[in-house]
Design a binder for this molecule. Sequence first.
Ligand code: IMP
Length: 432
Amino acid sequence: MASVVIVGTQWGDEGKGKIVDLLTRSADYVVRFQGGNNAGHTLVVNKQQYIFHIIPSGILYEDKKCMIGNGVIIDPAILLEEIASLAEKGLPVTPERLMISENAHLIMEYHRRLDQAQEASLSKEKKIGTTGRGIGPCYVDKVGRTGIKIGDLLDEGSLREKLAASLDEKNFLLKQKYREEPVSFEVVLANMLAYAEKLAPFVGNVSVELDKARKRGENILFEGAQGTQLDIDHGTYPFVTSSNTVAGNACNGSGFGPTHIDSVIGILKAYTTRVGEGPFPTELHDQTGEALQRKGGEFGATTGRKRRCGWLDGVVATDAVRLNGLTGLAITKLDVLSGQSKIKMATSYQLGDRSLNAMPSNIRDAARVKPVYEELAGWQSEINEVTAYEDLPVEAKDYVKRIEDFTGVEAVIVSVGPDRDETLLLKDPFDR
Ligand code: IMP
């Protein structure tokens, strides 16, 4: 048995969905521990397309149990839509297969409205480029101790009380600060009570369930959302999401003890992308950037926005190794680099006359650093059909080797195309 955490090493969208899907085959439990429906990934299985925002994609496997930990924030309408859409495709989601932590907080209509109103009110330079899903305002309430937990749905008295207190402030902001329509207490309450009835059977103690699973010797996969540079503490603040995306939060966000984690796999896209605003040192504003965007199909899964693209950033990668304690790398989308005559990787940053080996915490500095590149030879042949690592072009293997040497972490998975089969599994993290 083993407990494995998967995290994004960059700014999200590293192709976690496919790797999670692959490793889920060896897992008994799949757990989400942070974020909300700002995340999203699409899987195509037997020609049927599934889009996941909240429920772990492990739900596609009948013998897996999916857990939504306390660190996740839940928009109940979206969660119920996701459950209904799976049922329509012949995959009924039952309480035996899905448990939601009673401590997970709810994204309310006013969180979404405030997220969008706040973003709209910011100047171009200050906009975060959020997904508009209410993520920031919901986590603000959680930390401010005025949030509403999913467990509160089961207690109408408590729900009424908390909602009234919260709406008092939120409607003040919506009306007075943003000149928007207020939110109706009666409408929100009625919606929440309707959701409560449907969600109640799924609510439970995820921490206790995971502890029992661990003691039975089951394999547990913790599925991170977003990426390390979007972490609220360690990322390019304030251009970040509002949760801790690093591996340590797999424990906080699910109620699982840190001494029980066996390995942490970082998903590293072979180049870099970012959606939304904020510093991106290796961003390319030229034809190479456009080529990566096109060939990589780089559009946000949640918002459909075009992703900004650039070369691999070794500084970002080493930040991720340190912050997550990575034990293995899953290198994704290597095929997108096929056809490039030269491939570049940033190995440090220059800031004035200083050389930096970590992302500076000062956001102005982060926006000013100049990447120092190392150049590697590219390869011309397409690699999607390669099924054994040895058969990759020598330049592609050299690139992987250089990433391993630079980060000091071995590659355990190399992905050479979007399909399930286009994956080279070099070492299964669940094999101990
Ligand atoms: P929020 O999480 O909606 O508050 O957005 C904050 C920042 O995180 C914005 O730059 C978003 O584009 C980015 N973000 C949030 N979720 C994801 C994701 O799943 N992938 C990539 N970027 C994300």
